[in-house]
Write a protein that binds this ligand. Sequence first.
Ligand code: GLN
Length: 198
Amino acid sequence: MPNGAGSPGPAQAGAPLRIGVLALQGGFAAHLKHLGSVGALGVEIRRPGDLVGLDGLILPGGESTTITMGMEQYGLVEPIRDLISAGRPILGTCAGMIVADSDHLGLIDMTTRRNAFGRQLASFEEDIELTGMDGRPFRAVFIRAPWVEELGEGVEVLAEVRGHPVAVREGKMSAFSFHPELTDDNRLHSWFVDQCRG
Ligand code: GLN
């Protein structure tokens, strides 16, 4: 079956899941690679038509102001909101967590603080315990990462660092302040693709 816009979604039995990665700016390439490593088909998303037939979407890290401007410029804001309304899971990482919050796309009931860990801790790695992730701790790479500042009652915290939520989930939306695409560990992508399988 062709992979272009217009192909039906969710994926048919046997076909790989089609997971979009917003590719306006930032770290989308490494997400595409991780998706491939867990048997999904990663699709670069730049225009509304690219969203047709997706089983899920990743909002990658990068610069949240640039990504937000790009989404507005190319008319992606409403189509992305429609995607989650239609029951497709969305995963945000780092800038993608900011972009998903109540001050931006409004996909999850929370506000975030940009560059929250301050200058001295601009970038760091830490092994964290992530609710729902079996086995060894998850190596989390934080790069000028946000944290969750305020969250609504329906938002589940999956991990905290220094007393601040860095991994959260509400319904079909999950968001992480770190970069799961920057290590060899693909458990988080596998976890997300399982959700997309419904
Ligand atoms: N500090 C960036 C922002 O505020 C996010 C950094 C990242 O995605 N690695 O948009």
